[in-house]
Design a protein around this ligand. Sequence first.
Ligand code: DQA
Length: 136
Amino acid sequence: MKLLFINGVNLDMTGIREKGVYGTQSLDEINAEIAAHFKDDECEFYQSNIEGEICNKLHGADCDGIILNAGAYTHYSLAIRDAIASIKIPVIEVHMSNVHSREEFRSKSVISEVCKGVIAGFGKNSYILAGESFKL
Ligand code: DQA
């Protein structure tokens, strides 16, 4: 199975910013653990802080499933919402933190309605749970 993991804005700061929320591991370290978990699958990892680049990546995706942590774009990017709606590949929205137990603005997602499902609150395992869900 081909899985594409996309991380959006500020996720490159994982391990540096808000360690109490997002942990101490870097995104590269987390991605290495994800790749080891899905060792029998083909995993691609992509990160961008730029909204349009994330849209381009979604448009050009060639895989069985996309795991997307759009970061703060989740809460307001109609461009990413429309990019998800424009492709046939299923997308799962993920968040490391439980967005519903934090500030009120994080409970609103403009992408959930065009995603296959949503997983939040399991730290780096949110990505693994989302990837596994494509195998059910
Ligand atoms: C996040 C939650 C978002 O609200 C936040 O803006 C992020 C990370 C998460 O993984 O918990 O950057 O998507």
